[in-house]
Design a protein around this ligand. Structure first.
Ligand SMILES: [Zn+2]
Ligand SMILES: [Zn+2]
Length: 204
């Protein structure tokens, strides 16, 4: 049997590890003056991980390749795919998370959602049946998917996975109930996730 003192120490260590995972700075290196020294998503947004531009790929699956880009936002595949399609839309400007947003960021959030929608729509429109080589969906079916099965969610800090604001853009179905609970929690309000529309409403 494990002595009580040892069990308490182990429990404290486990809590400490969990707290560190939730509250640590993620994916970003800050200088002593809180300036951003290095940020994976800033690198991706500015093409510094694009092999075609001489960059070093951040990940084999990601390849640093942007799916969609405007002057202010960039869209790329999420590394861990939790739904049929799972993209991230990020601002090119470094913003930490939704807690730093104000009414002045409403147009930016609308751009993120529009860019994510466009990228999801384009992928669906070009998906082909491997056997026949023909497109799976008609343009009308793509629009129906966009209406019914596109989901746009932000992390609520401190549950953000990386310290650069990003909108999770999904085409459902989710990959299992746990993915659904994390990225498409429709049953009730949850502390870790908030829809893009809800954030926009709060900012207005
Ligand atoms: Zn950044
Ligand atoms: Zn995330």
């Amino acid at each position: 049997m494990v002595p009580v003192g040892v069990a308490a120490t182990l429990a404290l260590a486990a809590c400490g590890t969990l707290a560190w995972k939730v509250f640590r700075p993620k994916g970003v290196v800050y200088g002593s003056d809180a300036l951003v020294m290095q940020c994976l998503f800033c690198d991706i947004a500015h093409g510094r991980t694009d092999p075609a531009k001489g960059g070093r790929p951040a990940d084999q699956r990601l390849q640093g390749r942007l799916l969609h880009e405007t002057a202010d936002v960039a869209v790329f595949c999420n590394l861990a795919v939790h739904a049929h399609l799972h993209l991230l839309a990020i601002p090119k400007q470094h913003l930490q998370n939704i807690s730093v947003l104000g009414p002045e960021h409403i147009p930016l959030l609308q751009q993120l959602k529009a860019a994510g929608t466009e990228a999801l729509r384009e992928i669906l429109a070009n998906e082909v049946d491997e056997a026949t080589g023909r497109r799976i969906r008609t343009p009308a079916e793509v629009e129906e998917e966009a209406r019914n099965n596109f989901v746009f969610n932000f992390h609520v800090p401190p549950f953000n996975s990386i310290d650069h604001l990003h909108l999770h853009c999904l085409h459902l179905p989710s990959h299992g109930w746990l993915s659904g609970l994390k990225y498409n929690p429709t049953c009730c309000p949850v502390p870790w996730s908030c829809s893009c529309d809800d954030v926009l409403t709060k900012l207005q």
